[in-house]
Design a protein around this ligand. Structure first.
Ligand code: DGL
Length: 273
């Protein structure tokens, strides 16, 4: 799809882009999206009252997300929504598009297709929340794009919470990180896993630790830039628009009460919270 071009516009006329996640993971996508859409304001929404999404019962989580978006779209009127959460989008992406046909949703799904195209050993692992690992959507991606590969799905109970703690500056132990990532590393017939798909937007925040504690080097695939590029393609490009001042961007927390460390983190990303 090609983006429409409108005449020169005052930046205050431009609708913002809404970036959604269960917690702070979507910030990994926000930082890429900002680079590509400097003329747009951003609203970051964290459903921290529902975090973590990984262990939710599917029907209840889908209902929650749809109800939340009914409110968000009415109150914020964004140009486009980026669902920067694999756990949410693999479950509720189709339902969101059906419930709100006038809104454009850009989704996040496990990067299984690019991993299958790039692997040399044919051994790929997908590190995700327990919710994403059990989704029919994820199984379909493997069947459609990676049937020639050996794909190991690794559902982590703890990593999203650990990433939240780590990014807030709390210590995270080497043993705890290793326990979560080691199941991704497989040796089979003289071949070894060479790609691990980071299929939860929280995980790229810990990629430096993953690299450090990995038993051998692999490519840690982070889809944030590809998601941002897809959003850029769909957000109308406005010729001569000025750069949007970052200090007008803000974050919404469904708890209504993010802690001090989280607020400081948001400020670091140029978001009022
Ligand atoms: N960041 C979310 C994802 O991409 C999941 C975190 C969670 O709520 O468990 O899947």
């Amino acid at each position: 799809m090609t983006a429409a071009t409108s005449p020169a516009t005052n930046r205050t006329d431009l609708k913002p882009v809404l970036v959604f996640d269960s917690g702070i993971g979507g910030l990994t996508v926000l930082r890429e999206a900002r680079v590509l859409m400097p003329e747009r304001g951003f609203i970051y929404v964290a459903d921290d009252a529902g975090f973590p999404y990984g262990g939710w019962e599917e029907g209840a989580l889908q209902e929650r997300i749809i109800a939340l978006f009914a409110r968000l779209l009415a109150e914020q009127a964004p140009e486009l929504c980026i669902i920067a959460c694999n756990t949410a989008f693999t479950l509720a992406g189709a339902a969101l598009r059906e419930a709100f046909p006038d809104m454009t949703f850009v989704g996040t799904v496990p990067a299984i297709k690019p991993a299958a195209e790039r692997t040399r050993s044919g051994l790929v692992s997908v590190l995700a929340t327990p919710g994403t690992v059990k989704r029919a959507y994820t199984r379909d991606l493997i069947q459609s794009f990676a049937s020639q590969c050996h794909v190991r799905l690794v559902g982590s109970e703890n990593l999203a919470r650990m990433a939240e703690a780590y990014i807030r500056g709390e210590p995270v132990s080497e043993e705890a990180v290793k326990a979560e990532i080691l199941p991704c590393f497989i040796e089979k017939d003289g071949r070894r896993t060479d790609i691990v798909v980071l299929a939860c937007t929280h995980y790229p925040f810990m990629a430096n630790l993953f690299r450090k504690y990995a038993p051998w080097p692999v490519d840690w695939l982070d889809p944030a830039e590809a998601i941002a590029r897809q959003a850029r393609r769909l957000v109308p490009f406005v010729r001569d628009a000025l750069q949007h001042p970052e200090d007008q961007d803000f974050a919404i927390f469904t708890s209504g009460n993010p802690d001090f460390a989280t607020r400081r983190l948001m400020q670091g990303f140029g978001l009022r919270a």
